[in-house]
Design a protein around this ligand. Structure first.
Ligand SMILES: O=C(O)Cc1cc(O)ccc1O
Ligand SMILES: [Fe+2]
Length: 506
């Protein structure tokens, strides 16, 4: 048996017998019933049922529910979390995403029932070579740059050299520090191969990943997810995961939050429905692998640095789990946009998918905002993004298509950053085209084929030197506004003011 090598190393005949006993039970269970990730139609009389591939995965629906999932029926203990003996000889292990004492409505934790507990590993050592382009402590960020200038990056080239998701991550900007559990980092990735021989865990914050090119096949302790461009996934603090890249060359954006977890925004006067629907958030079902990986490692990001520890088994050994702390994904096209239906331009907060609030009401540490297709129906209104200065900082990315605010230069896979009070708005071409449009009384639709998003934060970001000095930075970005001419016409001033005020006149 594959477990043997390890048992001998730890010198335990009794342990080997116990493990073999567990396996006998597990195999018997497989033979006795139809299981596999809740797919009751999959009847297997094989010794080992073949679980569905990533493309056929089933998920649990809902946002922040108290989920439970068994890859083997009966693996969850009845009526208690921490029994003296768990079914099938499994270990019970809790993962807490909030302090034990967090208020009930905020409390997040799950119980995992696994073959071996996470603690079974050798000591952590700094991973060599060190990852030089990751940052999680912006309070002590030597070499970082602050600038009120508008910044824009072209999409980065995906190198030919073998690069996996973790090696391909690079920090663009951020604020606060993982050490005081406050703030965020914005990373991007460009990679081309799957993570091999190790799983990753982040002890600094939650990752919200937005792939722009290439699917992500993600193994987590709670199960597996396929995440395609057009979807996003949240992998919270602590969970071990591994990412395969079935399409090879892959690129995307990562928002890491040190301050807590993502929530759905309140809907206020919108009412009970609209924006992101809780049922559209998908959480994996329990799944496990039993291979023993000699030399397998867990790589942990801790205080911004990477550490690795050897463990000769897969961390994806959870047969069943329950709780409300678990990874989830969401398809951005499912977002139900609301906006103005008569005149003027709604602020982009109307497009908030998820938020991490600060302690001040209405002030987010970060909002994740999406710009999907929508009907534009407002009359005598400047419909594209208005010119503005914002006390929040806005990082934007484009997944596909053309963003309504920029006629050129903002490319899929690229990014822009408009920090606190940095003026920005549509470029000259978009402005001229919009005001030249004669008839705005008919509804028009923003192209189906566009998807942009924004990470918006109340904390002003510092920019990493490698992002600021990157060859992908667009030194001519400012020029897209330089052509904005004054259209001031004193002769018509009175007339225009009267006309603009009319919708609200008594
Ligand atoms: O800057 C941006 O393009 C994002 C944005 C869009 C919008 O419609 C209004 C304000 C805003 O910041
Ligand atoms: Fe903006």
């Amino acid at each position: 048996m594959e477990e043997k090598g390890m048992d001998e190393e730890h010198g335990g005949d009794a342990e080997r017998e116990r493990v073999e006993g567990v396996w006998r039970n597990i195999r018997q269970t497989f033979m006795d019933m139809s299981i596999s990730n809740g797919n009751a139609e999959n009847k297997h009389d094989d010794r080992r049922p073949s679980p569905p591939g990533f493309e056929d995965l089933q998920y649990l629906r809902g946002f922040g529910n108290g989920f439970s999932s068994e890859a083997i029926q009966g693996a969850l203990p009845n009526s208690q979390n921490s029994p003296l003996k768990c079914p099938f000889g499994l270990y019970a292990e809790q993962i807490s995403g909030t302090p034990f004492t967090a208020p009930r409505k905020a409390n997040q934790r799950s119980w995992l029932y696994r073959m071996k507990p996470s603690v079974t590993h050798e000591p952590f050592y700094p991973r060599q070579p060190a990852h030089e382009h990751l940052l999680s402590d912006f309070s002590n960020a030597k070499g970082c740059v602050t600038t009120p200038t508008q910044l824009r990056w072209k999409p980065s080239q995906i190198s030919e050299a073998r690069t996996d998701f973790i090696d391909g991550l690079f920090t663009i900007c951020g604020a606060g520090s993982c050490f005081v559990r406050h703030g965020y980092a914005i990373h991007m990735y460009a990679a081309n191969v799957s993570m091999e021989g190790y799983a990753f865990a982040n002890a600094d914050g939650d990752f919200l990943i937005v792939p722009q090119q290439g699917r992500l096949w993600i193994k987590t302790e709670c199960g597996r997810l396929q995440v395609s461009p057009g979807e996003m996934v949240v992998l919270q603090l602590g969970f071990r995961f591994s990412i395969n890249l079935p399409d090879g060359a892959s690129r995307g954006y990562v928002l890491e939050v040190f301050s807590g977890h993502f929530q759905l925004p309140d809907l206020g006067p919108i009412g009970a429905n609209g924006l992101a629907e809780p049922q559209d958030f998908l959480t994996p079902v329990a799944w496990y692998e039993e291979q023993v990986h000699f030399g397998f490692k867990v790589v942990q990001k801790f205080g911004g640095a990477l550490f690795e520890a050897k463990q000769d088994f897969s961390p994806f050994n959870v047969i069943a789990w329950r709780g409300n702390y678990a990874p989830f994904k969401y398809e951005l096209r499912k977002f139900c946009p609301f906006s103005t239906t008569l005149f003027d331009h709604a602020d982009p907060s109307i497009n908030t998918v998820l938020t991490v609030p600060s302690e001040i009401p209405g002030v987010a540490v970060v909002d994740f905002v999406v710009f999907p297709t929508k009907w534009l129906v407002a009359e005598h209104t400047f419909l594209p993004p208005y010119f503005h200065r914002n006390c929040m900082s806005e990082f934007m990315g484009l997944i596909y298509g053309l963003y309504e605010g920029k006629a050129e230069g903002f490319l899929p896979g690229g990014a822009s950053l408009h920090s606190c009070m940095t003026p920005h708005g549509v470029d000259t071409l978009t402005y001229e085209k919009t005001v030249a449009g004669e008839d705005d009384s008919k509804p028009s639709k923003v192209s189906e084929d566009t998807l942009a998003f924004m990470f918006e934060s109340s904390l002003t970001p510092k920019i990493t030197p490698w992002a600021f000095n990157s060859p992908d930075i667009d030194p001519d970005y400012y020029k897209c506004w330089i052509g904005l001419r004054s259209h001031f016409d004193q002769g018509n001033a009175n007339l225009k003011v009267t006309r603009q005020e009319s919708p609200r006149s008594p």
